[in-house]
Design a protein around this ligand. Structure first.
Ligand code: ACO
Length: 430
């Protein structure tokens, strides 16, 4: 696009390039603005800032569109396996049968985690939050795979690291869970597919002939796919920015896990169930909590509602809403929490406060309900999100490096004191 944007500031006119993406998204390129004029832009929370050009995920919040590498989330959730989607996100194309077989085999060969890592997991107090343990353990993996420390855009090495992370994260997550509930850990079972193996490691008793329920395994596959990438969200931006300092894939993913943990991001799925439990314990009056969410004096927010980019509906939530009903029916579960969730959803969707602010249920509103139905404990929900988001983090890390993006280092508008003299202790006021 040869069109230019004109910015007039402090009496000076500055010409800026205008760029357009393949989905006609228009952006003003300000990367040379400071050099041209000494002026910077300010945008807290990066609400209006494109941090990169990316070819991985497209989403349109107004129209409720989400596509990975051009394929709709609806089609991928229905037809693909999680590992197919991981390959697609990271490599750019759907895998051939041979490529997928190799990936599955390589993952099975790398699921075992070093015995000394097991000892580290065992040393955490059983009250440790699984997200903290997971972030620490991913960071600790660098000690056992030191070649990962100096990334050099070597595709073979990146492939191996991707395989190791995809293979070991479920093992570490399941070990953390088993340790926290005081049960012996299970080693991976290479005879099982990715999701069934995870369920086996989480739920099996030693020497039992545990078989994952196919409905549960399928539901987990869908959940992982729906969470696999979401362009430049908080945790992904963290992964890219950490990676931009030349930190390893593992260090970057560990930081991403930390960012995902917060209740305004991935931690919302845990917060949703805790909120629903609290409403139930308080008599089940959804209206009371809607009123609290609207009260500006009350810090309470309706967890699982609202989204930074979806201002119409979240297509992942639409898939999961239907899925939650199907899964609960298929598993014969009647959950009073679900009734409260439905009443909350209905009340909020018809309330002017939520309509005006375009606050709709997001993916976390329904994912928590399904995880609960699948028998996954509440404090593991965000870990499940991390397992799903892993391919997205790796894909974005690789893209950032392949594009030779500069180190992430925003500027600021300083609002503190101007220079002042040091005051000796005797001269300071109490
Ligand atoms: N409950 C009540 N009011 C809300 C909520 C909510 N969940 N979310 C936003 N609002 C209100 C705000 O108070 C604000 O009102 P105002 O304009 O009168 O001041 C308005 O809606 C806009 O809110 P912002 O915080 O500016 O929106 P932002 O885009 O920054 O935040 C966010 C998005 C963080 C997701 C927010 O909606 C929220 O806190 N939701 C609850 C937590 C949650 O579910 N997070 C998961 C997100 S999905 C994910 O990460 C996978």
């Amino acid at each position: 696009m040869s069109e230019k944007a004109i910015l007039k500031v402090k009496g000076k006119e500055i010409e800026l390039d205008v760029i357009e993406g393949t989905e006609q998204e228009v952006a003003v390129d300000i990367s040379k603005l400071r050099g041209q004029s000494g002026v910077i832009t300010i945008d807290p929370g990066y609400k209006n800032t494109g941090a990169t050009k990316s070819a991985i995920t497209f989403l349109n919040g107004e129209l409720g569109i989400l596509r990975y590498r051009g394929y709709t989330i609806e089609e991928l959730a229905e037809k693909a396996s999680f590992l197919e989607v991981a390959w697609l996100l990271i490599g750019g194309e759907l895998p051939t049968k041979r490529q997928l077989n190799k990936l599955e085999k390589d993952i099975k060969n790398n699921q075992i985690v070093h015995e000394r890592m097991k000892k580290i997991v065992e040393e955490f107090p059983s009250t440790a939050h699984p997200m903290g343990v997971l972030a620490s353990m991913v960071s600790a993996l660098t000690a056992f795979h030191p070649t990962t420390l100096n990334p050099n855009n070597d595709n073979k090495e990146d492939y191996l690291n991707m395989v190791k992370l995809l293979a070991k994260l479920p093992t570490l997550a399941a070990w953390t869970f088993r340790k926290n509930i005081g049960r012996p850990i299970n080693y991976p079972n290479p005879k099982l597919d990715y999701t069934s193996n995870f369920l086996y490691m989480m739920n099996s008793c030693p020497n039992s002939d545990y078989k994952a329920d196919p409905i549960v395994a399928k539901a987990l596959n869908v959940l992982l796919i729906l969470h696999a990438d979401h362009e430049q969200n908080c945790s992904t931006s963290t992964v890219r920015i950490v990676g931009s300092s030349n930190a390893s894939m593992y260090a970057s993913v560990s930081a991403g896990i930390g960012a995902l943990w917060g209740p305004l991001h991935g931690g919302a799925n845990q917060a949703v169930i805790e909120m629903l439990e609290a409403i139930k314990a308080d008599g089940g009056d959804a209206g009371k909590y809607i009123a609290k969410a609207k009260d500006k004096e009350d810090p309470f927010r309706l967890m699982g509602f609202g989204h930074r980019v979806y201002k119409n509906f979240d297509p992942r939530a639409t898939i999961l809403k239907k899925y939650a009903d199907d899964v609960l029916k298929a598993l014969g579960i009647q959950d009073p929490i679900l009734e409260i969730a439905k009443s909350l959803e209905e009340t909020a969707l018809n309330d002017q406060y939520f309509i005006d602010r375009k606050l709709f249920p997001n993916v976390d509103f329904y994912s928590g309900i399904i995880y609960r139905a699948l028998g996954i404990p509440t404090d593991m929900f965000t870990v499940m999100f991390a397992l799903g988001r892993l391919p997205g983090w790796i894909a974005q890390w690789k893209e950032m490096r392949a594009n030779h993006e500069p180190i992430g280092r925003p500027r600021q508008v300083y609002t503190g004191y101007t220079e002042r003299g040091f005051v000796e202790m005797d001269g300071r006021k109490e």
